[in-house]
Design a protein around this ligand. Structure first.
Ligand code: PMP
Length: 282
């Protein structure tokens, strides 16, 4: 494995960053998780657009232009001879001192890792997963906008711990007003009366790239895909439910807080969407 750090390639053992990097000290940085399918980087432009928007939002200047970054990511995939896999693209604030001041950081660091990921064991894609509602609220956009894909994932990690402690693999998080936002690393969708529904961005969620593909697929299926306010009641009474993410892809949800979703099995529309995704991703 050859890992890219600031223009150089290192082996897995030699790839290191400073303990003074504010990405480590304060979670001061941003990232993207991107899939590689058949040597092709899936939705790379969309991921890079989001990365540069995250950078703008945290007042960080990425030292490469978006075109240079696109070339570099493709180069990392080529050098690693990756056919299928997963890229982690990280920009940290860089090396500073022990104070929080980002102005004291020398320069942002760019790290690109081309590896693999399996978020959920394979059988869950056919059987579906059980989720809980986390007792922790998703961070409000007036505190830290969840549209920023930052290196600060503690809010999500604490909800993930809660899910695992309850014997589930994922947790859905509500916002301050009690409306559904997203899961710890995935966006959430329900299907009700032939409509595909997902929370609006203004509820405080990441603008997921896989989420965007569901809008395209819905159109192809002649189904309405709607963004709407959702409560726990809507989740419990959904016909179908599924989660989307670059790592997770599309995974059916069959139980929420002990309530069966539909008949407790992955729904037919969800299965169709998974099938379309698996055909289109190549
Ligand atoms: N929400 C959160 C909190 C995430 O971290 C992610 C990415 N893992 C998603 C949603 C899904 O986004 P995408 O489809 O762009 O991977």
């Amino acid at each position: 494995m050859k890992i890219y750090i600031d223009g150089n390639y290192y082996s897995k053992e030699q790839a290191k960053i400073s303990v003074f990097d504010h990405g480590l000290l304060y979670g001061d940085g941003i990232f993207e998780g991107i899939r590689i399918y058949n040597k092709h980087v899936f939705k790379l432009k969309e991921h890079l657009l989001r990365l540069y928007k995250s950078a703008k939002a945290i007042n960080l200047n990425i030292p490469l232009t978006i075109e240079e970054m696109e070339k570099t990511v493709n180069e990392v995939v080529r050098i690693n001879k990756k056919e299928d896999g997963y890229i982690r693209l990280i920009i940290t604030r860089g090396r500073g001192d022990l104070g929080i001041d980002p102005g004291k950081c020398l320069a942002p660091s760019v790290i690109i890792i081309a590896s693999d990921i399996e978020l959920y064991p394979k059988e869950y894609y056919t059987n579906g997963i059980k989720i809980i509602t986390s007792s922790l609220r998703r961070l409000p956009a007036d505190g830290l906008d969840p549209r920023i894909k930052s290196l600060n994932y503690l809010n999500n990690i604490l909800a993930k711990i809660e899910a695992k402690n309850s014997g589930c693999l994922e947790a859905v998080m509500l916002n301050k007003q009690g409306f559904v936002t997203e899961c710890t690393g995935d966006n959430i969708f329900i299907i009700k009366d032939q409509e595909i529904i997902t929370p609006q961005l203004c509820e405080g969620i990441l603008d997921g790239i896989t989420r965007q593909t569901i809008f395209e697929f819905g159109k192809q299926l002649g189904m309405l895909v709607r963004q709407s306010r959702l409560s726990q009641y809507d989740l419990y009474n959904a016909d179908e439910c599924f989660l989307t993410g670059s790592g997770a892809e599309i995974i059916p949800v069959v139980e929420i807080d002990g309530r069966k979703v539909g008949n407790g099995k992955p729904g037919n529309w969800t299965k169709t969407l998974i099938k379309i995704f698996n055909e289109k991703k190549y």
